[in-house]
Design a protein around this ligand. Structure first.
Ligand SMILES: Cc1ncc(COP(=O)(O)O)c(C=O)c1O
Length: 449
C-alpha cells in the first residue's frame, strides 16, 4: 500500500511488521494498511482516506462496523460476566442456544455446539461425524475452503494448499459442477448435476460407502470462486447420503447468517443437511464465535455417548452476547429482506459489466455474494491464472488497486474478484460500487500491459 504519510500510521505499520507474523504471507512482502477507525460500510486509514468495504472484511461483517446495539451488548456482558467456563449454564448461552435451535436453524437441528471460529467448528463437526457413524473417511469438494487448522485443512479443495505434513489419511476429494468451466455442453442444469452425482456415486462405491462418515461441502463455494451449484445438485447429494447412511455437512461459515438472503444456504436451496457449521456472520466479528448445528438424531446419540472434545473458550459469554444482539439486528433491520431485494440489482449490474468488458468471462452472484471471473480469452474461457490456482496476478492487482484508488476495498483470489458488501448496503451505495467496478475495468482495458 506504500508508506503512510501520518506518523502514527507509520509507527503502527512498522511495529506490526516488525513484531507480528502475518498469515498467508511471505513476511518481507507484507504491507499492511494501518486502519484508524471503522463505521458502517467504511474504514479509514491514518491519512484520512475512506474505503467502502466491498468484501465485509473476510465476508463476515454483514451488519457493518460499530453497530451500537452489538457494542452495547458486549459491554454489558463484559460488566456482568466477562467469562465463565464452558461447563456452566448462563443466560447468554441459554438465550442464544434457544434462538438458534428454535428460530434460526432448519427444523431438523436439535442442538448447537459452540466454537470460536470457522475452522474449529469444522474440527468439531469432523469428530462428531466420525463418532456418530463409526466410519473414518471424509469426502470434500475441490475448490472449497474449510479452514487452516490441521483437520479442516485436510478437507480444503484448493489446488495448491499450505497443507500440514504429513497429511492425515481418510480425506477424499471429489469434483463437483463448475458450470462456467464445463467442457461438455450439458443441455440443462439438471443434466449437469446428474452427471456429477453419478460420478460421485461411483467414487463412493470404489471408496467403500460404509467407510464414509460424511460428505462435507460449502453449499456455495465462497471466496475460492463463488461457485453456485446447478439445479438439483444439493438435492442429489442429500439422496446419495441417505442411500449410503453418510452424513451431509454444510460448511456455512461464509454463506450462513444472511449472505444468500436467508439464514442459511440450506434454506435457500431447500435442503436439510445433518450438520451445519457456522461462524463469521453470527457475530459479524465483533467477538469470536462459531458453532456446529447438529440434527436431532445426532444430538440423541450424544445423550448416552461422551462428547470427547472441548476448548477453554467454548460458548464464550462475550461471543454469545454479541451473537444474540447481532441476530436481533438482522431481524429488526430486515437484513435478509434487504439482501434478497438488492441481490436482483446486484445481478443486473454484474451482467451489464460482463456484457461491456471482454476480460470478464463470467459473473456470478447469490444473495450479496458476487464474483467477477477474469479470462485471458473470452471465447476459450481460458482463466486469468491457471485453473485451480488461487494466487494473485498483475491483472488482479491492477483491478484491486484501481478500486482502492476510488475508495473501494475488495480482494481477488486467482481469477475471481470477490464482491460481498455488508448486507446493510443501500441500493444507491451498491450502484456506486458497481460504477467503480465498471470504471476500474475500463482503466484496466486502457492500461499499457
Ligand atoms: C467456508 C469457510 N469455512 C471455514 C472457514 C474458516 O473460518 P475461520 O477463518 O473463522 O477459522 C472459512 C473462512 O474464510 C470459510 O470461508
Amino acid at each position: 500500500m506504500g508508506k503512510p504519510v501520518n506518523s502514527d500510521g507509520q509507527r503502527i505499520q512498522e511495529l506490526c511488521k516488525k513484531y507480528s507474523m502475518y498469515t498467508w504471507n511471505v513476511q518481507k512482502d507484507v504491507d499492511p494498511m494501518p486502519v484508524a477507525r471503522t463505521d458502517g460500510l467504511y474504514f479509514w486509514d491514518y491519512d484520512g482516506n475512506r474505503y467502502m468495504d466491498l468484501t465485509s472484511q473476510l465476508v463476515n461483517v454483514n451488519i457493518g462496523f460499530n453497530h451500537p446495539k452489538v457494542v452495547k451488548a458486549i459491554q454489558e456482558q463484559a460488566e456482568t460476566m466477562p467469562f465463565i467456563a464452558p461447563k456452566y449454564a448462563y443466560k447468554a448461552r441459554a438465550e442464544l442456544s434457544r434462538l438458534l435451535i428454535e428460530e434460526i436453524a432448519p427444523d431438523n437441528m436439535g442442538k448447537v455446539l459452540f466454537s470460536l471460529a470457522g475452522a474449529d467448528a469444522n474440527e468439531f463437526a469432523l469428530r462428531i461425524a466420525k463418532a456418530y457413524t463409526g466410519r473414518e473417511k471424509i469426502f470434500s469438494k475441490y475448490w472449497d475452503y474449510h479452514g487452516s487448522t490441521y483437520g479442516a485443512a485436510m478437507m480444503n479443495g484448493e489446488a495448491i494448499k499450505p497443507s500440514p505434513s504429513p497429511e492425515i489419511g481418510g480425506f477424499v476429494k471429489f469434483f463437483a459442477p463448475f458450470p462456467f468451466h464445463e467442457e461438455i455442453p450439458f443441455p440443462s442444469e439438471q443434466a449437469l448435476s446428474a452427471y456429477y452425482l453419478n460420478n460421485l456415486r461411483k467414487h463412493l462405491i470404489f471408496e467403500g460407502p460404509d467407510r464414509v462418515a460424511a460428505i462435507f461441502i460449502e453449499p456455495v463455494t465462497g471466496s475460492n470462486g463463488v461457485i453456485i451449484p446447478p439445479d438439483g445438485y444439493l438435492q442429489g447429494l442429500r439422496s446419495l447420503c441417505d442411500e449410503f447412511g453418510i452424513l451431509l455437512v454444510f460448511d456455512e461459515v461464509m454463506m450462513g447468517f444472511g449472505r444468500t438472503g436467508h439464514w442459511f444456504a440450506a434454506d435457500y436451496f431447500g435442503v436439510k443437511p445433518d450438520i451445519i457449521t457456522f461462524a463469521k456472520g453470527v457475530t459479524c466479528g465483533y467477538a469470536p464465535l462459531g458453532g456446529v448445528l447438529i440434527d436431532k438424531k445426532i444430538a440423541d446419540y450424544f445423550e448416552t455417548k461422551r462428547l470427547s472434545c472441548g476448548l477453554t473458550y467454548n460458548a464464550h459469554p462475550l461471543g454469545c452476547a454479541a451473537a444474540i444482539a447481532t441476530i436481533n439486528v438482522y431481524k429488526e433491520e430486515k437484513i435478509l429482506e434487504n439482501t434478497q431485494r438488492l441481490s436482483k440489482v446486484f445481478a443486473k449490474g454484474l451482467d451489464e459489466i460482463k456484457a461491456k468488458h471482454p476480460q470478464v468471462g463470467d459473473v456470478r452472484c447469490i444473495g450479496l455474494m458476487g464474483g467477477i471471473e477474469f479470462v485471458k480469452n473470452a471465447k476459450t474461457r481460458e482463466p486469468l491464472v491457471p485453473y485451480g490456482i488461487t494466487s494473485t496476478s498483475p491483472v488482479m492487482d491492477f483491478f484491486v488497486n484501481a478500486m482502492k484508488g476510488k475508495g473501494f476495498s475488495l480482494f481477488g483470489r486467482g481469477s475471481i474478484a470477490v464482491i460481498a458488501p455488508p448486507l446493510i448496503i443501500k441500493e444507491a451505495e451498491l450502484l456506486d460500487a458497481l460504477r467503480a467496478v465498471d470504471e476500474s475495468l475500463t482503466l484496466l482495458e486502457n492500461s499499457p500491459s
